[in-house]
Design a protein around this ligand. Sequence first.
Ligand SMILES: *[C@@H]1O[C@H](CO)[C@@H](O)[C@H](O)[C@H]1NC(C)=O
Ligand SMILES: *[C@@H]1O[C@H](CO)[C@@H](O)[C@H](O)[C@H]1NC(C)=O
Ligand SMILES: *[C@@H]1O[C@H](CO)[C@@H](O)[C@H](O)[C@H]1NC(C)=O
Ligand SMILES: *[C@@H]1O[C@H](CO)[C@@H](O)[C@H](O)[C@H]1NC(C)=O
Length: 340
Amino acid sequence: MALPHSSPFFHLLLAFFFLWHLPLGFSDQSNCQAWLVQSIPTDMPDLQLVPGVLSTGDVLQWLAGNATKSLDLTVQYWELLAGPNDSNSGDYGYSEAKMKKFGADVGREVYKSLINAADRNVDIRIIQHSGLYPNYVQEASDLAAGRTNVKNITLLLKNWWGTGIVYSKVWVSDNKDIYIGSANNDWKSLTQVKELGIYLVGCTKIARSLRHYINNLWILSTLNSTDYTRTIFDSQWQASRKVPCWSNFIPKEERCRPPLHPARHVPHVNGYPIIEDPATFDISIETPGMDASTASSDLSYLSFSPPELLFHNFQSDEQGWIETIKSVENGGTVRISTMD
Ligand SMILES: *[C@@H]1O[C@H](CO)[C@@H](O)[C@H](O)[C@H]1NC(C)=O
Ligand SMILES: *[C@@H]1O[C@H](CO)[C@@H](O)[C@H](O)[C@H]1NC(C)=O
Ligand SMILES: *[C@@H]1O[C@H](CO)[C@@H](O)[C@H](O)[C@H]1NC(C)=O
Ligand SMILES: *[C@@H]1O[C@H](CO)[C@@H](O)[C@H](O)[C@H]1NC(C)=O
């Protein structure tokens, strides 16, 4: 994942996990399909796209290209447009030919696909972190400028948790097609950095759950965090921390009603309990890019962080990782793609 070096303590992460596979021998009507998606740096002839795996640049253009009604994006930062002529940009000074060789065109194509979707009057919602020097959220602002169908908000999680950023990279198109992965809205994330994600097509149930989460982030961005946060002493980490007022870190009787939905009362524990039974989707997911040909019913779930946004319903990212590792059978292999 491409991101700045000052890695904050809490990232707003989001992952998608398959729990297990139950061969049922029939195909679900929803016809939800999944492909792995990757980015491979250009100029690495020995590192080819894995057969059956799609490229990030294509998938992002398809999501925008196929959108007829809505497009929801969570974005850490924007740099789809390279800046070889901008002396403040890391791209400065590279020739036109060099930029082409680096694959900068793909970023421009993805940005163009967003503009085209905006021009088709697709409702675009962007939830972003504050972005990076030198252009910060300019690309989103340009997209929104003069268009009532494009809404761009900057959500500063620092105001809610004392630290942290919107870190998830999610695209949801027409409430059914989805990208979840590591690629930023950065041309380098398409052609200069190794990235991994999943492309889900026709997956309405999963999209609905994602929208629910995104809607909550949207609400969060509209609230005055001063009114909805408290500073607590976290005895596990032996540190004072700012948390939302509905956090489990606050004694139950002092907790506020979460202004986000759904609100569920949970017993007070110091920190958060492991969720053994996250809300799961029992849907058949076809994987046309893989050899596995039999249709199967899969239990899957979405995981999120931080815990104040799980509502005892979604799984936490941390637990999702642990379960994925533990799900590997004896003598099996777990492959982990990580940044640091
Ligand atoms: C829509 O998505 C499919 C793959 O899911 C892709 O083949 C097609 O080119 C996309 N259409 C547009 C207009 O982007
Ligand atoms: C940079 O400047 C050159 C020369 O003026 C121009 O041909 C090129 O299109 C510019 N590139 C970008 C990305 O703006
Ligand atoms: C959203 O875009 C508009 C129009 O360009 C801009 O005025 C506004 O500052 C942007 N908002 C954020 C939060 O970036
Ligand atoms: C947020 O609430 C605080 C305290 O209630 C108030 O002082 C501040 O002006 C509010 N900020 C905004 C942007 O409304």
